[in-house]
Design a binder for this molecule. Structure first.
Ligand code: TRP
Length: 454
């Protein structure tokens, strides 16, 4: 068993893989999109709090369950709590993974498309109207987005079916820092644009009256999404973790790197956004694709840097898609004894089919681009259901499981089985047992109340 599943070579390799899963479109695309939709700095503030009281405690919890059981999410709950119904949380995670993969790969596909558009020099003049039209050309016809979706899923499936993701994740060591350096460079350019101040204010000076239950739900959802939590991804990655590695310090590294990239992405997008005519923070999923090209057109070597940027972002997205596909694949391999390649291809194919409506929801099909009554596009709807609600519910159940069913004492024993003391163990115990689940329950009840009672 141990041999067939394999373990991470070292702590650094593990951190790189986990950071590879965490850092992706969630940081560069989703974080600015949600920050823009939910009122800017107020959202950022709640997001940071959510990372501390929900994100990090849960990251520790998932890794600990994984390392303890050395299993996929379904098997892990069965191992700790045999005979109970807790394994359903594992199934919820597997389904969520397939759905997130479906629309996530659509956006990753746009990024792939933008590698070519940027390289062709189309953004050179920096004509803002043209830049907006290019987004439509890439996304609003029925063929290109589906083809791009297919390419992303095919690459992901290939990597997972060969079981070579650990080789790929070695790249993270060089490429993620490179992406980060590029982001910092772009942030400097964006911050020095004429008229950037309004964006800085929007992004960094919170208007606390904007904080409502949708902002809090969005921010908790973003913290979970960005750290790949709530559906067993980190649990699965923890299951490949050797008993020697320190879970607490690894978690902090991953969380700081992840939040750092997201924060920097915001520094790139918002200052520039406010200098662009006719673009508002509430742009939605297309936001970064309309802002980034404008910045590239205003830096020397923009064509090269822009192309490099989208290539790096593609790779960051792929290290995340493989972590999404790994969860259901690990389930079929461990529990159903399926061949790895067979599981990966079947699940990849299902995700591709599920992704098609999202791919058509930026104008390709009218009904999907603005669903009647709720008036949002299908892709955004999928993200709300699977990327927010399902992760929040999954996280709540995982916190209750660790805090009350398995027990914080057993969890701390597992964390400390390395021989190293868990310095903040009392704080963590209180968080995972009370604060994390209560924060989630209160906000869920509040939303239900707002929607159905008020
Ligand atoms: N965290 C990744 C990102 O920010 C996406 C991702 C990978 C994910 N695995 C996940 C999100 C599991 C939620 C759950 O791009």
């Amino acid at each position: 068993m141990e041999e067939r599943r394999g373990t991470w070579g070292s702590k650094l390799k593990f951190i790189l893989a986990a950071a590879g899963s965490a850092i992706g479109l969630g940081n560069v695309w989703r974080f600015p999109t949600y920050t823009g939709l939910h009122g800017g700095a107020a959202f950022v503030l709640v997001y940071i709090i959510a990372v501390c009281i929900v994100g990090i405690p849960l990251l520790i919890a998932e890794l600990t369950i994984g390392r303890h059981t050395q299993r996929n999410p379904v098997g892990a709950f069965k191992a700790i709590s045999p005979g109970s119904k807790w394994f359903i949380v594992g199934y919820l995670g597997i389904i969520t993974g397939v759905f997130i993969l479906s629309y996530y790969s659509v956006i990753a596909g746009w990024v792939v498309g933008y590698v070519f558009v940027t390289a062709s020099g189309s953004f050179k003049g920096g004509d803002e109207e043209l830049i907006r039209r290019i987004f439509e050309v890439v996304t609003s016809n029925p063929y290109i987005p589906i083809l791009l979706l297919f390419i992303v899923i095919a690459i992901t499936t290939y990597i997972i079916s060969r079981g070579v993701q650990k080789g790929i994740e070695g790249w993270t060591k060089v490429l993620m820092p490179l992406l980060f350096i590029l982001l910092i460079g772009l942030a400097i350019r964006s911050l020095t644009l004429h008229g950037a101040f309004k964006g800085i204010q929007f992004y960094l000076s919170p208007d606390l009256s904007k904080i409502d239950s949708m902002v809090i739900i969005g921010a908790i959802g973003q913290a979970l999404f960005s750290l790949s939590l709530g559906m067993g991804t980190m649990l699965t990655y923890g299951s490949y973790l050797s008993k020697k590695e320190d879970i607490f310090s690894s978690s902090l590294w991953v969380a700081v790197a992840d939040a750092g990239v997201a924060f920097t992405a915001g520094l790139v997008i918002f200052p520039a956004l406010f200098t662009i005519h006719g673009l508002s923070p509430e742009e939605g999923p297309s936001l970064i694709f309309k802002v980034l090209p404008v910045i590239f057109s205003k830096i020397p070597g923009g064509l090269i840097f822009g192309t490099a940027f989208f290539i790096l972002l593609t790779i960051a997205a792929i290290t995340s898609t493989i972590s999404l596909l790994e969860v259901p694949t690990a389930y079929f391999v461990d529990e159903k004894k399926w061949k790895r390649w067979k599981s990966a291809i079947l699940l990849g194919f299902i995700s591709f089919l599920l992704g098609i409506p999202s791919a058509l929801s930026m104008g390709g099909v009218k009904f999907l681009s603005s669903i009647p009554i709720i008036k949002i596009d299908f892709l955004s709807l999928m993200d709300i259901i699977w990327g927010n609600l399902s992760l929040i519910i999954g996280s709540l159940l995982i916190a209750i499981f660790v805090g009350w069913k398995w027990g914080v004492k057993n969890a701390v024993d597992e964390i400390e089985s390395t021989g190293k003391k868990f310095a903040l163990k009392n704080l963590w115990k209180v968080l995972i047992k009370f604060i994390t689940p209560l924060a989630i329950i209160i906000i869920l009840l509040n939303t239900v109340y707002n929607y159905f009672v008020k």
